[in-house]
Design a protein around this ligand. Sequence first.
Ligand code: PTJ
Length: 233
Amino acid sequence: MNIPKSHPRFVSLSIREKIVKGYNDGLVAKEGLLAHGRGEAFDYLVGEKTTKTAKAAIKAAATKLLSAQNPVISVNGNVAALCPKEIVQLAEATKANIEVNLFYYDEARKKKIEKSLKKAGAKQVLVDSPRCIVDKDGIFVADVVLVPLEDGDRTEALKKMGKTVIAFDLNPLSRTAQKADITIVDNVTRGMRLLVSACKKSKPTKTNFNNRRALSSAVSEIKNNLRRRGSLA
Ligand code: PTJ
């Protein structure tokens, strides 16, 4: 679809086209289209911009990734379709491994994602085996795992394995958002770019980021956005 730049929803519709292309190319699961729709709805509520709270979470995530011994970036179909180049740049900036982990396990899709990441410049891509069995050189030995868009079961499993979890999730109420150590409530297409530049600028220091407090201010930012638009008293 050719979307005119003047369209008021140009950016959102362009991101939607990326997900649809990813589906047509065999990277995104059918269910990934639904997950994207949920993300679009929350992005609308957030105001389709990176909030102050998200910026603080990105800063904390950058220092955490840079201080990690074995950071891993977990990639699923949606992320592979939306920001493959940024994943590669982030892996380079943080010396992280990239591991493909699918919720809706599909060997053919996994291979296509691996190939597309290599095409985007990834030197090495680790792959999981069927669900919850992770690569022995990747997430299994990782101390910090970045899960851009993840379902709650997997985030809980990572926490049970003792990992520090950093997540992107536009829904501050989701199980992933609540269980992660650092949740970036931002569209992965905006936030990932900012995370890459934060990692290039930051130093590996300690962070005293409080996720509970950050999620509560993310909800307040949604309320304030709705008030500004006159949709909430
Ligand atoms: O490729 P697979 O098989 O690993 O499957 C990937 C999906 C995303 C389908 C799978 O992990 C899944 O079902 O996820 P959920 O449980 O639907 O959770 C996805 C979360 O990401 C939801 O809370 C959405 O609001 C959020 N989300 C969707 N799109 C974006 C987003 N958050 C940030 N940026 C987005 N673009």
